[in-house]
Write a protein that binds this ligand. Structure first.
Ligand code: WT7
Length: 670
């Protein structure tokens, strides 16, 4: 394993002037706008530094203060217990020990009982254009109904509920209803296939699935219920709760229950129980460097404290904001910044169901203008798509309501950053480039909009309370601009507690690479101002359009096809998606490697995992480059895939002829 750029393909030489331009842009800094700073929670770099130092001096006091902004039924007796695990059986640190709370009370009841009762909590727009607004009082009632309905369906605290829903208010209602009765949820992105859904349902032994007949995507209906029908066969699932969204034809069986039959008719009154701070709130699956997705386990008190704290601080949230995080609830960004963070903070959240180019490429800008969005939080891959679609689309709409922009999911290239700032932000809105992960639960490294001067492409500095550092393998801190591993050197409340069913993997993955540290799996450097530049994954994880995929996962999907003997999957740089998937495939003897096979294999991966994992390109090869000990040389494949000739060390390569034939092999996708 090696860190950072050394292990990644260099840009093709034709892009040199492009690279020089990047360096020039990278060196520019943008100060926070004075009027924003004037009213910001943290108003200057000096204030940020003081807050950071304070949190570092007294982490427990600092986090206790953040936690006390939630509603607790019983106060904790110790802020933190334990530390990072070192042995396979060591537990994760515990936060707010002895404290009890109900996450949905912090997100709903306390707002519904106060001056925010009639403030919009959710503002929803469906892809076909239907809209709905739910105030805090209304959302509270809907969540109470859903909680009563879930109890009626036999769900008790500790039972797992899988949620496979479109981006509609009921998705958030379902999550909060689960939280309310202490049933951990596992949300599965609606773009995942029934196979992927089935794996997740089986892994967490879900008792109930909440889904919809379908969801709208680019004018088409995504057949969610049909996928669930396939996924639940032979599983632990007892009931399937189905929202009618698209009114498409669905098959019906005894275990199926309509949402409008049991939720709409349930009582809007519900007395919540309080759960232990360490009670699991949800498990969210994400790809690791093996073929099996990891169930990342988050708890109630620590996770919610962190989500609430970062929402308020990073977005400098004001009561009048209209907060739009465009992530799907199937990803952690949707958990922390569509549902738990903003609702705990009493914000108004915008929810949009569909695609950004439906009916036209200006849909987002139309939404911003019509709903008066003030904070927009989206992904670099989307920003690059908007750039490509053309400036005339945002230009058609009044974007003056925007006051703050955010980016998440992958490193943002300076060109996209500048375009975002100028064309969307009118040179007026600061950009917060936020680094974090499913495992961290919430934002870890980010500018504070009123305090931190920004540099295009840098996530800038760690938040107060976050001991992020760039280190060598032996744990010593890297010098300025030295590439190294991004680690966190002290526990934080929102960190994952385990990998569901595999605590050993949890300790091995995150706490064994660099002694005494949480290992994030990213390479990064710090510049001479202490600004962090994240360079990307250092493991076999690729980031496609801001979504994490493991090369092994795609490889196992490929080799599960009867015509495939062997497969190796790598990422290559992609202008739009950040990275694109290239698969090198050796077909079984006697199988013809042609376009038809490539199409068949791409479709096969989509059924096994989901469309997001479909390889961009498939290259057939009679053999894959291997070391003498039989290990596939992925570094060489990455170089071949990105169009450069293999430059690295090939002395351990078993068969030199393999490389030549790979470089010549055709791209079946063209
Ligand atoms: C990986 C985590 C956390 C929300 C969405 C993705 C990459 C994320 C940034 C950023 C550079 C970033 C990292 C990280 N990443 N945000 N601002 N700059 N890289 O969550 O699927 O858990 O993926 O996304 O490589 O490890 P995730």
């Amino acid at each position: 394993m090696s860190a950072g750029h050394g292990d990644r393909p260099a840009p093709p030489s034709g892009e040199r002037s492009h690279a020089i331009e990047s360096v020039l842009v990278e060196n520019r800094t943008f100060d926070p706008p004075a009027e924003l700073s004037a009213h910001a929670q943290v108003a200057s770099l000096a204030d940020y530094e003081a807050l950071y130092a304070r949190a570092a001096r007294d982490p427990e006091g600092f986090w206790a203060e953040q936690a006390s902004e939630l509603h607790w039924a019983t106060p904790w007796t110790a802020v933190m217990q334990g530390g990072f695990p070192t042995r396979a059986t060591d537990p994760a640190p515990r936060w707010f020990v002895g404290g009890t709370l109900n996450a949905s009370v912090s997100c709903l009841d306390r707002h519904a009982a106060g001056p925010r009762a009639n403030k919009a909590a959710l503002m929803f727009e469906g892809e076909p254009g239907d809209t709905r607004v739910l105030t805090y009082a209304q959302l509270h009632r809907e969540v109470c109904r859903a909680a009563n309905a879930l109890t009626g369906l036999g769900i008790r605290a500790g039972d797992f509920v899988a949620i496979y829903m479109p981006m509609v208010p009921e998705a958030a209602i379902a999550m909060l209803a689960c939280a309310r009765i202490g049933a951990p949820h596992t949300v599965v992105f609606g773009g995942f296939s029934s196979e992927a859904l089935s794996d997740r349902i089986k892994d967490c032994k879900a008792k109930l699935v909440i889904t919809a007949d379908g969801g709208w995507r680019r004018g088409q209906i995504v057949p969610l219920k049909a996928n669930v029908d396939q996924a639940v066969a032979g599983s632990t699932v007892e009931k399937v709760l189905v929202l009618k969204r698209c009114a498409n034809e669905v098959a019906w069986s005894e275990r199926d229950v309509w949402w409008h039959d049991v939720v709409a008719t349930a009582s809007p009154k519900h007395t919540p129980a309080a759960f232990d701070s360490e009670h699991p709130l949800f498990t969210l699956y994400t790809s690791g460097s093996t073929g099996k997705p990891k169930g990342i386990v988050h708890t109630t008190g620590g996770y919610l404290t962190n989500a609430h704290y970062t929402t308020k601080l990073v977005f400098d949230l004001k009561d009048r904001d209209v907060f739009w995080c465009t992530a799907d609830i199937g990803w952690v960004t949707g958990h922390s910044y569509v549902v738990y963070g903003p609702l705990a903070a009493g914000a108004t959240v915008l929810l949009y169901e569909g695609a950004p180019n439906q009916p036209g490429p200006d849909r987002f800008w139309d939404i911003v203008a019509r709903w008066g969005v003030t904070i927009l939080y989206t992904a670099p891959t989307a920003i690059r798509a908007f750039m490509r679609w053309g400036d005339e689309h945002p230009a058609k709409h009044d974007l003056s309501s925007l006051r703050l922009l955010g980016s998440v999911g992958e490193p943002i290239n300076p060109e996209a950053w500048m375009w975002y700032r100028t064309t969307i932000g009118g040179d007026r809105c600061p950009i917060v480039d936020t680094w974090w992960q499913t495992e961290t639960g919430s934002i870890m490294i980010s500018p504070l909009p009123g305090a931190t001067p920004t540099k295009p492409g840098s996530a800038t500095r760690p938040l107060p309370g976050v001991a992020a550092e760039i280190v060598h393998k032996d744990g010593t801190v890297c010098g300025p601009n030295q590439g190294g591993f991004l680690v966190v050197r002290a526990p934080w409340p929102g960190m994952l507690r385990t990998i569901a069913g595999d605590h050993e993997r949890f300790v091995a993955t995150y706490f064994s690479e660099v002694a005494g540290c949480y290992f994030a799996g990213d390479g990064a450097r710090k510049d001479s101002d202490g600004y962090v530049w994240v360079m990307g994954r250092v493991d076999d994880v690729i980031n496609v359009a801001g979504h994490r995929l493991s090369t092994m996962e795609v490889e196992s999907a490929l080799v599960s096809h009867p015509k495939v003997a062997e497969a190796a999957v790598v990422g290559r740089p992609d202008e739009l998606k950040g990275q694109a998937i290239v698969a090198f495939v050796t077909p079984k003897l006697g199988v013809t490697a042609d376009d038809a096979l490539a199409t068949e294999l791409r479709a096969h991966v989509a059924t096994q995992i989901g469309a997001l994992a479909r390889p961009e390109e498939i290259r057939f090869a009679e053999a894959l480059p291997k070391t003498r000990s039989g290990k596939i040389m992925r570094r060489l494949l990455r170089e071949v895939a990105s169009g450069s000739t293999a430059r690295g060390d090939t002395t351990t390569l078993e068969d030199q002829g393999v490389l030549e034939s790979l470089a010549q092999s055709f791209s079946a996708d063209d």
